[in-house]
Design a binder for this molecule. Sequence first.
Ligand SMILES: C[S@@+](CC[C@H](N)C(=O)[O-])C[C@H]1O[C@@H](n2cnc3c(N)ncnc32)[C@H](O)[C@@H]1O
Length: 221
Amino acid sequence: MTDSEKPKGIALEERETAGEKLFSPSAARNRDFIRDVFLTTMPNEGRILEIGGGTGEHGVHIAGAARGLVWHTGDPDPVSRASIAAWIDDAGLENLKGPHAIDVTAKNWSVEREAPFAGIVSINMIHIAPFEAAMGLFAGAGRLLEAGGSLFLYGPFSNKGVHSAPSNEAFDASLKSRDPRWGVRDIEHDIVPLAHKNAMALAELVEMPANNLSLVFRKTE
Ligand SMILES: C[S@@+](CC[C@H](N)C(=O)[O-])C[C@H]1O[C@@H](n2cnc3c(N)ncnc32)[C@H](O)[C@@H]1O
């Protein structure tokens, strides 16, 4: 892939490539931490749907460690889907499915026939997309999760209007300068209301390295 063909606007980092496979430096740094929290807070059996799978590395990493899961993954971006497909092929994991072309702002996610899901996961997506993506993610989780099912989010968050670190405040400003519709989301002001609207409640909040959080919501009905 030449530099001009590399996805722009999708990744905020320089990614190495090998064939169709993309390598995310941030995923290399955070994937063990995310996997470990996922394994202790999310179902370890049943169908999981990953939204905004990106390079595909998190899916391979977590599904490889939890063979009781059937891990469906997807991304709206074709270059990311090609990378996910290459990671799935190389991993040879039978419990990895997809990639599906899922845009959470669409009414239909193309995986409805696989529903209900025990869990839905979205890593580093809702702050690098318009707020409609967070709205669509929670609406879809409300629609496609089984009763008691879980939604796992990872990324930077503020709470009650306060950033958890100066670096997150600077990151928020840099996201907004790139696209004014992007930005670090606020747990109490932005996210919890979306959860309640879709019959979910915040069940777990885990502090992660680099001032990120893992949030787990459970469907209450
Ligand atoms: C920063 S990347 C994160 C990728 C991966 N989850 C990770 O952490 O390495 C954000 C991903 O969200 C996807 N995305 C953006 N808008 C989306 C939407 N409306 N629906 C689903 N995915 C979306 C992008 O295509 C991109 O692959």
